[in-house]
Design a protein around this ligand. Structure first.
Ligand code: NAI
Ligand code: MG
Length: 364
C-alpha cells in the first residue's frame, strides 16, 4: 500500500492526446480493479495550440509545477504551425535537462503476436540506455555571417566524465539487476577523436566495477548494421544522446514500428519526477483520424508503474498487450488491421480485466 502517486499528464499535440486517452483508460481500470493502486492524474494542456494562444508553450513556472509530481506521462509534441525550436527546446529539452532525466530508457522487444520485418527477427529483447542530458544535443555553438558565402555553423558536442560515468553505471547496474551478460557501447572514436575517446575511456573504467558483465564496443555505423544482421545478440546497448536516438528508431523498426515503442526519461536519484512517453512523435499524417496505435503509450504507462514500484502491474499490462496482439482480432492500421485507437485501448483493458478476474478465481 502506498500513500498515492500524483501524475502530471501532458498529452501534447497530434496523436498525443489520442493515445494518452487510452493509457489513462488502462490506468483508471487498474485503479478500479486494484484497490492498493492509489494514483491521481492532473492534465496540463501545454501544446502547440497553447503556445499559439499564450505565446509560451508552458507557463514560466511550468518546471516548478512539474516538480510537485511523482511522474510525468507525456504524449507527443510537434505541429507544423509552431517551430521545433519551440516544441523541442522550450518544452521537451527543458523538462529532460532541468529535471535531470539523464537516462533515456528504451526497450527493444519483439512482442508476441508481432512479426519483425527481418527474416532473422526472432527473440529480439534488449534495451537501449541513452545519455539524455548532454552529448550532441546541446545548444552550445552558433552561426556567423548569416546567408554569406563564408557562413559558419558550429555545434558543440558536450561529453563529460561525470555524465558518461552516470550513464554507463546505469547501464551496468541494469544489466546486473536483470541477469544480462553483456553491455554494448556505441562509439565512433576512430573519427570523433576527442569526445568519443572520453566516452570510451569512461565506459571502460565503469565496466571494471562489474566483473560478471562483459563490455563490447562497436563503431556506430557497424552497430547499426548489426541491429539488422544480428538483433537477437544484444542485451543492453549504451549510447550517447544522438547515437541512442537514431539506434532506438532503428530498434523500434526491427520490432514492428513506432506504434509499439515506449520510452522512459529517468532521473535515477528520484530528486525529480521521471517522464514516460512513446518514442514516436505527434504523427500529423494520421492525427485526428483515430487510427494511431496506442500500444507505445500504454507500454510507457506500464514503464511508469514499474518505476513507481508496481512491477506487477507493469508486467500485467505488457502481458495483456501481447495477448491482444496474439489474438490478432484487434489491430490498428500500422499493424495491418483496421481497428481504431480506442478499440485497441478497450481490447487491452478487456484483457487486463480477464487476467485479474482469473487470478482472483485461482486464489479462491
Ligand atoms: P512521428 O513519430 O510523429 O511519425 C513517423 C511515422 O510513424 C508517421 O508515418 C506516423 O504516422 C507513424 N507513427 C508514429 N506514431 C504512430 C502510432 N502511434 N501509430 C501508428 N503510426 C504511427 O515522426 P515525424 O513525422 O518525424 O514527426 C512529427 C512531429 O513530431 C514533428 O513535429 C517532430 O518534431 C515531432 N516529434 C516529437 C517527439 C516527441 O514528442 N518526443 C518525438 C519525435 C518527433
Ligand atoms: Mg527520436
Amino acid at each position: 500500500m502506498n500513500s498515492g502517486y500524483q501524475i502530471a499528464v501532458l498529452p501534447g499535440d497530434g496523436i498525443g492526446p489520442e493515445v494518452v486517452n487510452e493509457a489513462i483508460k488502462v490506468l483508471e481500470l487498474l485503479k478500479k480493479l486494484d484497490s492498493s493502486l492509489n494514483i491521481e492524474f492532473e492534465t496540463f494542456d501545454w501544446s502547440s495550440e497553447y503556445y499559439l494562444e499564450h505565446g509560451h508553450i508552458m507557463p514560466p513556472n511550468g518546471l516548478e509545477k512539474l516538480k510537485e509530481y511523482d511522474a510525468i506521462l507525456f504524449g507527443a509534441i510537434g505541429d507544423h504551425r509552431v517551430s521545433d525550436e519551440v516544441t523541442i527546446w522550450q518544452l521537451i529539452m527543458p523538462i529532460r535537462k532541468q529535471l535531470q532525466q539523464y537516462i533515456n530508457f528504451r526497450p527493444v522487444k519483439l512482442l508476441k503476436g508481432v512479426s519483425s520485418p527481418l527474416k532473422n527477427g526472432h527473440d529480439i529483447d534488449f534495451v537501449i540506455i541513452r545519455e539524455n542530458a548532454e552529448g550532441e544535443y546541446s545548444n552550445s555553438g552558433g552561426r556567423l555571417y548569416h546567408g554569406a558565402e563564408e557562413e559558419i555553423a558550429v555545434q558543440n558536442t558536450i561529453i563529460t566524465r561525470l555524465g558518461t560515468a552516470k550513464c554507463a553505471n546505469y547501464a551496468f547496474e541494469y544489466a546486473e539487476k536483470h541477469g544480462k551478460r553483456k553491455v554494448t557501447s556505441a562509439t565512433k572514436s576512430n573519427a570523433i577523436i576527442h569526445s568519443m575517446k572520453l566516452w570510451d575511456e569512461v565506459v571502460d573504467e565503469v565496466s571494471g566495477n562489474y566483473s560478471s558483465i562483459s563490455l563490447e564496443s562497436y563503431y556506430i555505423d557497424a552497430l547499426a548494421a548489426y541491429f539488422v544482421s544480428k538483433p537477437a545478440e544484444f542485451d543492453v546497448v549504451v549510447a550517447s544522446n544522438l547515437f541512442g536516438d537514431i539506434l532506438s528508431d532503428l530498434g523500434s523498426a526491427v520490432v514492428g514500428g513506432l506504434g509499439l515503442s515506449p520510452s522512459a526519461n529517468i532521473n535515477p536519484e528520484g530528486d525529480f519526477p521521471s517522464m514516460f512517453e512513446p518514442v514516436h512523435g505527434s504523427a500529423p499524417d494520421i492525427a485526428g483520424k483515430g487510427i494511431a496505435n496506442p500500444i507505445a503509450q500504454i507500454w510507457s504507462a506500464a514503464l511508469m508503474l514499474e518505476y513507481l514500484g508496481r512491477e506487477d502491474l507493469g508486467a500485467l499490462i505488457v502481458e495483456s498487450i501481447e495477448q491482444v496482439l496474439l489474438s490478432r482480432e484487434v489491430r490498428t492500421p500500422d499493424l495491418g488491421g483496421t481497428s481504431t485507437t480506442s478499440e485497441m485501448g478497450t481490447a487491452i483493458c478487456d484483457a487486463i480485466h480477464q487476467k485479474l478476474l482469473r487470478e482472483k478465481v485461482d486464489k479462491l
